[in-house]
Design a protein around this ligand. Structure first.
Ligand SMILES: Cc1cc2nc3c(=O)[nH]c(=O)nc-3n(C[C@H](O)[C@H](O)[C@H](O)COP(=O)(O)OP(=O)(O)OC[C@H]3O[C@@H](n4cnc5c(N)ncnc54)[C@H](O)[C@@H]3O)c2cc1C
Length: 467
């Protein structure tokens, strides 16, 4: 067997190759199987990574890219005989050009680091997600991260102008475009965005910057039923236009779960309503937005659609409201373990989906609570189950509850946000037509014929062939 430590130490130096005995001390993040590889290698730049890729290909080794390990579909799982590529040494913000409105960053820069660097300049990146403290720009590109501002700014796909990517044969592909408009040939970067490290390794990112809005404010609005959400969203869209930043919803079980955690001395709104929505809006000043939010809510109170509402009166109140939505980790404080799903549906179907799921749960596993929340404006619901370790061993029962319910709705996806990884691979064919899955396989074969990059993720690719 190839001595992996020596193989990679010759490229990055012995200090930057960690063997299995040292891996067990590291934090696996949200992927319990992340650290199963034989070695972890930390390149300092794309030239070193290119040599790593050439060597891995020559020796038919699998390389598993690791960012901040906040991915939720086991996309960073690794196994003996594979090498993890960690981007922790490639974590510099290389350049910020305020006039052009771009930042050039290495993949290991976390979202929060970039946000902190941009804030004093009055700039921001359009994508913001609750895992901002740990998730990296490389991981965000590779999962096409979305989050809480997609309504206004889009997902990573709409926010990445250029990339540098190392291919499986070691070629360094320079796609680092900084221009807003560039139609010279195929837009190859899009193939790598959202491909979960299976087609290329992202080593540089040119990301679009946006001016920080002069003011933002949010309201927490309660309705009698989740059936009211599409109408309320439509009303928000016509009231605020492009100033609507977020429209997020929490079903009552989720709202009660997160707001029963320490830190909620006072509930923003009482428990027991049918559904809760956070409506965040930007504008010229806080007072202006507060007035617009009040004008948005009042007619809906009169018609009985909105049964209770609060407008944040300070940044502290705004943060408290957002904590009720963002603290999805609450589930792991009330159970041994949990399962999490991220389905996509048409707006008109969101409420029916949640109801049908509740009905199926009540029949099949009485007492099982689906915790439902999500980015309603994007048609993206998250569902979590709090379960025991023994129940986790039978997770296919819970998977079927979700995906059988989803199959009742014609336009739907098994992943609106987190991707496929290993976890959802068996269900890809339920969401994507066979010819399209086959075309994905052909693309993988073309770019990575020896299955070097993130083997087994997204597609059940053929095993690594002889050299
Ligand atoms: C509390 C919480 C909230 C979240 N909220 C959201 C949300 O609102 N929206 C959303 O979209 N996601 C959300 N996520 C999921 C997760 O944060 C995102 O998928 C994020 O983009 C992953 O970034 P990461 O650096 O942690 O990547 P990792 O988890 O390390 O990796 C993710 C995938 O990308 C690959 N990869 C990583 N770096 C590279 C690279 N440089 N080149 C090629 N491949 C690479 C990995 O192999 C893996 O397949 C949330 C997660 C948590 C824990």
């Amino acid at each position: 067997m190839t001595n992996l430590k020596d193989l990679f130490a010759a490229i990055v130096g012995a200090d930057h190759v960690l063997t299995a005995d040292r891996l067990s001390a590291r934090d696996p993040g949200y992927c319990t199987d992340a650290l199963g590889a034989s070695v972890l290698v930390r390149p300092a730049n794309s030239a070193e990574l290119s040599r790593i890729c050439k060597n891995a290909r020559a020796h038919r080794l699998g390389l598993v890219p690791h960012g901040g390990l906040t991915g939720l579909v086991n996309g960073t799982a690794s196994h003996p005989g594979e090498a993890i590529v960690s981007f922790e040494r490639m974590s510099q913000i290389l350049h910020i050009d305020a006039l052009q409105g771009v930042a050039v960053v290495e993949p290991g820069v976390t979202l929060e680091q970039l946000q902190a660097a941009l804030e004093p300049m009055g700039l921001m990146i359009g994508v913001d997600i609750p895992s901002r403290g740990s998730c990296t720009n490389g991981g965000m590109v590779s999962t096409n991260a979305g989050g809480i501002q997609v309504l206004r700014y889009g997902m990573m796909r709409q926010n990445v102008l250029g990339l540098e990517v190392v291919l499986a044969d070691g070629r360094i592909l320079d796609l680092t475009n900084v221009l807003i408009k560039n139609n010279a040939g195929y837009d190859l970067k899009q193939i790598f965005i959202g491909s979960e490290g299976t087609l290329g390794l992202v080593t540089k990112i040119v990301v679009k910057l946006w001016p920080v809005p002069a003011g933002t404010c949010c309201a927490l609005v309660a309705c009698q039923s989740s059936d009211d959400l599409p109408g309320l969203f439509d009303h928000a869209r016509s009231s605020f236009g492009a100033d609507l930043m977020s429209f997020e919803a929490m079903w009552p079980e989720y709202y009660q779960l997160t707001t029963s955690q320490p830190g909620f001395d006072r509930l923003p709104l009482p428990w027991g309503h049918g559904v809760y929505a956070i409506v965040e809006v930007c504008g010229t000043s806080r007072s202006d937005i507060e007035a617009r939010l009040a004008a948005f809510i009042e007619p809906k109170i009169e018609t009985g659609t909105v049964v209770d509402a609060v407008i944040a009166q300070s940044e502290a109140e705004r943060r408290t409201i957002w904590r009720s939505r963002e603290d999805s980790d609450s589930i792991d404080r009330v159970s041994d373990t949990s399962l999490s799903y991220d389905v996509g549906l048409q707006l008109a179907d969101l409420s029916s989906f949640a109801k049908r799921l509740g009905e199926r749960c009540a029949i099949q596993i009485p007492g099982l609570v689906p915790y439902v929340f999500g980015h309603v404006g994007d048609g993206n619901l998250h569902i979590m189950f709090a379960i025991s370790e023994s129940e986790f061993a039978q997770r296919e029962i819970y998977d079927r509850l979700i995906y059988d319910t989803l199959s009742e709705f014609s336009a739907s996806t098994i992943s609106a946000e987190h991707g496929i990884g290993l976890e959802k691979r068996p269900f890809l064919v339920e969401s994507v037509p066979p010819d399209t899955v086959a075309a994905m396989g052909e693309l993988k074969q073309l770019l990575d014929p020896f299955n070097t990059f993130n083997p087994g993720k997204v597609l059940a690719t053929v095993s690594v062939g002889p050299s």
